[in-house]
Write a protein that binds this ligand. Sequence first.
Ligand code: PHE
Length: 498
Amino acid sequence: MAEEAILGYLENHEEIPDSGQFATDNGLDHNDVINVIKSLHGFRYIEAQDIKRETLVLTEEGRKYAEKGSPEVQLFLAVPEEGSISKEELQKLLDPAVFKIGCSQAAKNKWVQMGNQISRKVQHVEDRVKDLLLRIQDGQEPGKDDNNSLKTRKLTALQTWKGYSVKRGPDYAPTRRRTATDLTREHLLGGDWRNIEFKEYNFSAKGPPPESGHLHPLNKVKERIKNIFRLMNFEEMPTNKYVESSFWNFDALFQPQQHPARDSHDTFFLKAPETTKQLPEDYVELVKRVHESGGYGSRGYGYEWKREEANKNLLRTHTTAISSRMLYALAQQSFTPKKYFSIDRVFRNEAVDRTHLAEFHQIEGLVCDRGLTLGHLIGVLQDFFSRLGMDKLKFKPAYNPYTEPSMEIFSYHEGLEKWVEIGNSGMFRPEMLRPMGFSEDVNVIAWGLSLERWILGSSRKTLYALLELGRLRNASALSSVPSLVFEKQIRLSLCLGK
Ligand code: PHE
């Protein structure tokens, strides 16, 4: 209403000089008019200039006297025309404030004789105060003296009135164009997207606060396992690099260049940067030699080792790539025994489905010391896994290019009532350690397992305990987090009654 009135008026007039007057003339509420002016101004339909006016208004007390008469007149009228009235009697007839003010004003005006008995001194009085107040209410200005005395008696006050004068703005139009917030199918089909004005994005608008938030379940478990390693005095390896060269991921680990894992069907190779720039040349030479012709009691693989293969960059397929870098660095110093661990992301070229992702997290631990045996490895594994709630372990001989002997680790699953494979382990081969520079008596025992697989294989009880899943169940925010296939997997294994 107000909007149409304002825009319509400006179509034929230069200006609305006073929004207050405009509201009165059009029978509109001035507050409504002001709101519309602000909005139209924001969209540059109009230009608005503040106007301020001070008006004299009655205070609450003033309004009372305008209605009922001034206290002095009220008091005068309460005094009998003839004779007198006692102070007490008179007080009973009037409001206390009216009595008090009335006494002093009427005495000042010499209208009454004050004392214990009060009597009239004049026959007739006029209520000038009331008249003044009524005139002010009507919008008239009192004279200077009256004005001052009313102000002193706190019967009037100045009120600032705010309004606007309004002119057409740079984007003026007689009716407001509605801006669209969405481009719809209908807009596209009907072609009216051409003429539609779209609302601009408000990039500083705050989004709705999320209803809940929590740590990602993987991160929770990761932190717990890190703590187990820390309790066992293991140091964390710096795994903050996903891109690795084939050299550190495979060659340094005595993994032959024809190994099927080095095929692009299994590994993501990088297009840019396609190859690594720097490798420690002396060490590369020793690795090449051990692959081609062995040494340290090994016959090697007997093939022609190619530098180009080693240079190819890839997304690391296991965190053992970091272990090989760390062990190489360790071998360059005077020997100190070390216990290292890492938990981080690895990548494999898998077809993604309900139970497979192309990336997962690997937990890896290793101990490097003189004179370590398979017995030490079994002991460390038993210690580590029992801290994860797995006491019953079994080991099965296995094969890894970089470990000998190698063992698959099985744990008895109480829920499934069967042995489940949980990890892989072994003692790093001399073909891997000796070229790095370790002496013959130094051994490395190591193991690796998938964080996700382990969690999914865990019993319901372990899952609840580790993930505090209770808190997860109603966290609807989760569904909006990408790549929560994992989260779904956990739920699924719970449904399956593990
Ligand atoms: N790197 C192995 C894997 O990807 C795990 C492993 C680590 C095995 C260390 C033996 C020693 O499965």
